[in-house]
Design a protein around this ligand. Structure first.
Ligand code: SF4
Ligand code: SF4
Length: 335
């Protein structure tokens, strides 16, 4: 394993770390085995979220007696101070710990949300209060928007940023350089582009070649996946054949690949466009059918609510055929 200091946190973390989304599919016993194996392989950073259903509790259970070996991160979508404080308490309880190494503002999607979390009574105050008490050690932010991360870099508050980076989503490269120069730790999320990139090892090698990225956090739910991911470290650098295969996959994804930037929002019918696409991706690629279907069913507006006004398509910087793509979402979830 290779390690790198995660920016201002000063903590050395494994360059291949552990993303906490797919573990939701496992039971406690299999989670214990997977995490034990991950630690044995030198992984020392685990990232989860309040929003990943049972992920925090499974990880908390698996870390009983091993808490000190891990730099543990989670995050909350709450935007106000009180809601965020409640989430921190739930995380502590789920993770069965009395401190969390890194707590992040989760998925800030637009400037209004950013202003809300930074304002008086906003989520940041909760994080600072808990950091002053020593319960939270470090503060970070996650987003899929270049604008938000750009904005966050103007403040001397965040010790880490978490942003997508992979062979088809390289739009953050310039931001990473800026963050790196400010000694902010850079956590590359979505290393497989939401499961769209099938060659996991090549995908990870591509990310690790970027010297600005501190670590990648591939989601894993089997020991086989874990071991395959780990091999990327030993097999560096990326070969010419892998480079070509990644470019081929990237060009095949082409037009119909949502980068979750959120620029298409808001939809007058209330459809959360990037989220319904993510749900479809979880359903089809991560094999999280039941989980994705439940999430989709609980959404107030569905793909079938689209009145095909086309407004979203005028805003999408990738010129995605959103209306057509929503038809596929409808076929997946609303059969
Ligand atoms: S085309 Fe459909 S999804 Fe797009 S903005 Fe209009 S109603 Fe919303
Ligand atoms: S549909 Fe386009 S604008 Fe909307 S989130 Fe996806 S990539 Fe961004």
């Amino acid at each position: 394993m290779q390690y790198r200091v995660l920016g201002k946190t000063g903590m050395e973390v494994s360059r291949i770390s552990f993303g906490g989304i797919p573990i939701q599919q496992l039971n406690q016993e299999d989670s214990n085995k997977l995490i034990e194996k991950a630690l044995e392989q030198g992984i020392n950073f685990i990232d989860t979220a309040r929003g990943y259903s049972v992920s925090e509790s499974l990880i908390g259970g698996a870390l009983q007696g091993k808490r000190q070996q891990v730099f543990l991160a989670t995050k909350s979508m709450a935007r106000d101070k009180e809601g965020f404080k409640q989430d921190i308490e739930i995380s502590l309880n789920n993770l069965k710990t009395d401190y969390i190494d890194l707590y992040q503002l989760h998925n800030i999607t637009n400037l209004q949300e950013f202003e809300k979390v930074m304002a008086k009574g906003g989520a940041l105050e909760a994080l600072q209060e808990y950091r002053d008490k020593g319960v939270i050690k470090h503060i970070g932010i996650t987003s899929h928007s270049v604008d938000i991360i750009e904005k966050a870099l103007e403040y001397d508050v965040f010790e880490t940023i978490q942003y997508p980076y992979n062979a088809v989503e390289t739009q953050g490269s310039e931001l990473f350089r800026k963050a790196y120069e400010k000694n902010i730790g850079i956590i590359g999320m979505k290393p497989f582009a939401g499961g769209a990139i099938t060659n996991a090892r090549a995908a990870l090698k591509f990310i690790l070649q970027n010297q600005h990225i501190t670590c990648a956090i591939p989601g894993m739910c089997s020991i086989e996946q874990l071991m395959d991911n780990i091999k990327a470290i030993d097999e560096m650098p990326l070969t010419q054949a892998e480079k070509e295969a990644l470019s081929k996959e990237a060009s095949e994804l082409g037009e119909r690949f949502c980068r979750r930037c959120g620029y298409c929002q808001p939809c007058p019918k209330g459809i959360n466009i990037p989220v319904v696409f993510v749900m479809e991706s979880y359903y089809k690629r991560y094999n999280l059918m039941e989980w994705a279907q439940t999430r989709y069913d609980s959404m107030p507006s569905k793909a079938s609510d689209c009145e095909k006004c086309g407004l979203c398509e005028t805003r999408c910087p990738y010129q995605l055929p959103i209306r057509e793509m929503l038809e596929s979402v409808k076929d997946t979830f609303e059969k």
